[in-house]
Ligand binder design. Structure first.
Ligand code: ADP
Ligand code: MG
Length: 769
């Protein structure tokens, strides 16, 4: 089939195993640049050409789209395209993303203005032409800062477009704008894909956004990380073995073969290198082979070789038919060779836009020729910085760029070398892409409407819950010290309580100590839950990244998060119940123990739900701890232990009812004092704790006798004066039965889980305004 062995080799390493045999001619002519030998030479140089022969894994290798249709027993829908017709146009660009006059500004408040939260989130009504010009009608102190000023450009598939500029020049803002991460009303200008306006739902499915930081679970290996991404984002109709093959292909594509079984690692654990980490991070986002890939500074923080490797990988991805748009802080000379299109920004304005090779003539024409030995981009960035510092600013360069663009366009029109435009509609282009094996998560439907062609979620909910749970269990097993610490804390607390309150008796003093024990034990369960706080705060960014592109539903996350926490809560409850129940000498035998265990479990459940909810609200672990500790202290204060319900002032009584500690506390009191025949104050014990406590025993008996005479019945040294139910009344624990308390505690847990869900829904919109 091939006349050129090098070419076939590079094809194998470049394309995943999903490329069909019968479409290879079409694919190769259309999407590989003519200098394909160059690619294979480059891959050989960085060592990726020595990959296993992928075709051996899947001999027939149909496209994913075909596989899916095969599974669904439906006729392949994507044969609308005339392959022969396409063959004759090797320079057709199926995808062209163009953006025109993107303008975005935010309000910045002056020194004396109100902080941002009050109103800075509003959409600015008018955009001033220049930076820092106050808008009429606005407060004196508020200014409009223009972050993007009429930025235009075109990006095509097969190419890497790089946004360059000093830090603060608006690179991230531009990438955010293109990736639809800026709220609609705030961004002015137009973004189109193949001439059609993109709606956000569509963009979400066909694109991927790689954040500047690598947010990965440190204890998973490279392969596992990618496999979980595959399970989330590849459709369920794809068999497990196919997903595995995709992961293996991706590992090779990313050049991660040697690191496949290494854990990602973090500060405390040795893991993969920074460059590898970055590539894994990119891999998790491109597992479904998106058509548009946005990356914010994928090379920052990497040494030049790692940076080169990363961009090399991006180039390979682009050559499979994707648009790659990335920002670069300062590209090395080698790296520049990989970039097809550059866009220099300075304070939100375009100062150069074109190919790297044109940089020389551009700056020569501008009157600042680049010296021979100088790195072109460094020279350009230095010049821009110099101009920024000069009185005129970069205005001259911006103007020069505008006229230069016009000149270039007219020159191109004369030579007939027009900018190639798309000649496929968006729908057709996506269909063509899918039949080539791209956009793996799509292609499950025969509908030509792209909105239906690409389902929002790849998997049903139960599947998501399963995979999420599997992942968190795997993570917890890799870090057993976390659970061990929690269990240790509970055991130590239990042991201290057991020895402090060893075998309490049924005297009035015993009753007082029992009350103290219960109040402390129940609030301890809540305090122990505070360590669930960092879990979500740390996971939040991974969660936001994953849900931003519909890896799974937010509800699945909440459910799996709750489910996974339960086994450990059961262990903790058993430990605390066993250590304290008999040593303190609590009442109720086996059934009493069972209830005691259940109420501890319910408290742990409510506590962990409460803390999980808080972790979604507070931005920082330290703030979280402060709030948790304060609120739990108030819960204890209002629980009814320190002050009875009837003594709490009316305006504070609501706090009593929302006190999470109240319900388990009352439940254990019921459990302890429910036996109406059990006596806690007998005969002369009535004087315990009163000024007469130190009086002679015979004197006390005499007084009892006199009291009995006054009251009209006989009181002896053994007469029971206070039973368990009397005690409950004294404590004001009368409103709820013990099982009600248990149910309410459990219900609180569910309530906070639901709140947690809503916080996630509202809080992770993840868009600029
Ligand atoms: N919400 C905002 N309010 C005010 N200024 C902002 C806001 N967001 C970004 N900026 C400013 O906009 C400029 C561009 O930011 P950014 O796009 O992140 O730059 P880059 O990625 O090129 O370093 C910076 O000067 C930054 O301080
Ligand atoms: Mg940035």
């Amino acid at each position: 089939m091939y006349d050129d062995m090098t070419f076939s080799h590079s094809l194998k390493s470049l394309y995943t195993l999903f490329t069909p045999n019968n479409q290879q001619t079409y694919t190769s002519q259309l999407f590989l640049p003519p200098n394909h030998n160059f690619i294979s030479n480059m891959s050989a140089r960085i060592g990726v050409a020595d990959l296993p022969e992928l075709t051996e894994l899947a001999p027939a290798s149909p496209t994913l789209a075909e596989l899916l249709q095969y599974d669904e027993k439906m006729p392949p829908p994507h044969h609308v395209l005339e392959m022969n017709q396409m063959k004759n146009e090797p320079h057709a660009y199926p995808f062209v993303l163009s953006f025109t006059n993107l303008t975005y500004s935010v309000k910045v408040r002056g020194k004396f203005g109100l902080p941002d939260v009050f109103g800075a989130r509003k959409t600015p009504e008018s955009v001033p032409a220049t930076v820092a010009e106050p808008v009429r009608g606005e407060k004196l102190f508020s200014k409009n800062k223009v972050l993007l000023n009429e930025v235009s450009g075109v990006a095509k598939d097969g190419e890497i477009m790089a946004v360059l500029g000093a830090s603060g020049s608006g690179k991230s803002t531009l990438i955010d704008a293109l990736a639809n991460r800026i709220a609609k009303g705030s961004l002015k200008g137009e973004i189109t894909l193949n001439g059609e306006q993109l709606d956000s739902k569509m963009l979400k499915v066909i694109s991927a956004y790689v954040m500047q930081d690598d947010l990965l679970y440190p204890m998973l290996t490279v392969e596992e990380t990618l496999m979980f991404a595959a399970e989330f984002r590849l459709p369920r109709t794809l068999s497990k073995s196919k997903k595995k093959q995709r992961v293996q292909a991706l590992i090779d594509q990313l050049g991660l073969r040697n690191a496949a079984n290494t854990v990602i690692g973090d500060e405390g654990h040795r893991g993969v290198s920074g460059g590898e980490r970055r590539r894994v991070s990119i891999g998790t986002d491109i597992i479904h082979d998106p058509i548009i890939l946005f990356l914010d500074e994928p090379t920052s923080g990497l040494d030049s070789t790692s940076a080169y490797m990363v961009v090399k990988v991006l180039q390979r991805i682009a050559q499979t038919g994707s648009i790659v748009i990335m920002s670069v802080h300062q590209p090395s000379y080698r790296l520049l060779g990989l970039l097809d299109r550059l866009l220099f920004l300075s304070r939100g304005q375009t100062v150069y836009s074109g190919s790297p090779s044109n940089l020389l003539s551009f700056f020569a024409d501008f009157g600042h020729p680049i010296p021979d030995k100088e790195n072109r981009t460094e020279f350009a960035l230095d010049l821009i910085r110099e101009l920024e510092g000069s009185p005129g600013g970069t205005k001259s360069l911006v103007e020069f760029n505008k006229s230069w663009q016009v000149l270039k366009r007219s020159r191109r029109a004369v030579t007939g070398n027009e900018t190639p435009t798309h000649n496929l509609s968006l729908k057709e282009a996506i269909s063509a892409s899918i039949s080539r094996g791209k956009l793996v998560s799509g292609a499950t439907s025969t509908d030509v409407n792209p909105n239906n062609m690409v389902p929002s979620f790849a998997n049903p909910m139960w599947m998501e819950i399963l995979v999420l749970s599997k992942r968190s269990i795997k993570n917890s097993f890799r870090m057993p010290e976390i659970f061990a610490t929690r269990l240790g804390a509970v055991v130590v607390t239990g042991f201290i309580l057991a020895t402090m309150f060893w075998k309490l008796d049924n005297s009035p003093r015993g009753v007082r100590e029992r009350l103290g024990f219960f109040a402390f034990a129940m609030s301890t369960t809540f305090y122990t839950c505070a360590d669930a706080l960092p879990i979500f705060i740390q996971e939040r960014f991974i969660f936001m990244r994953e849900t931003a592109y519909n890896a799974y539903r937010r509800s699945s996350y909440v459910l799996s998060n709750s489910l996974v926490s339960i086994p450990s809560l059961i262990c903790l409850s058993i430990a605390l119940a066993i250590i304290t129940f008999w040593s303190v000498g609590l009442d109720g035998g086996a059934s009493g123990f069972l209830f005691y265990f259940l109420i501890i479990l319910a408290s742990f459940w409510a506590g962990s739900s409460f803390v999980t909810f808080l972790s979604a609200v507070v931005p920082h672990v330290m703030i979280g701890y402060v709030i948790v500790v304060a609120i739990l202290a108030y819960f204890l204060l209002f629980s009814g232990f320190f002050i009875n319900r009837d003594r709490i002032p009316d305006y504070w009584i609501w706090f009593h009812y929302i006190s999470l500690v109240k319900y388990p506390y009352e439940a254990v009191l019921h459990n302890e004092f429910q036996d109406p025949t059990k006596c806690f104050v007998r005969g002369t014990q009535i004087f315990d704790g009163s000024p007469l406590a130190l009086a002679d025993e015979s004197l006390k008996l005499k007084m009892l006798e006199n009291m009995g005479e006054t009251l009209g019945f006989k009181i002896t040294a053994t007469t029971c004066l206070t039973t368990g139910s009397d005690l409950l009344k004294q404590q004001g624990v009368t409103e709820l039965a013990k099982w009600d308390c248990l149910l309410i505690t459990v219900a609180w847990g569910f309530f906070f889980r639901i709140l947690f869900y809503f916080c996630l829904l509202l809080g992770s919109k993840n868009k600029r305004r």
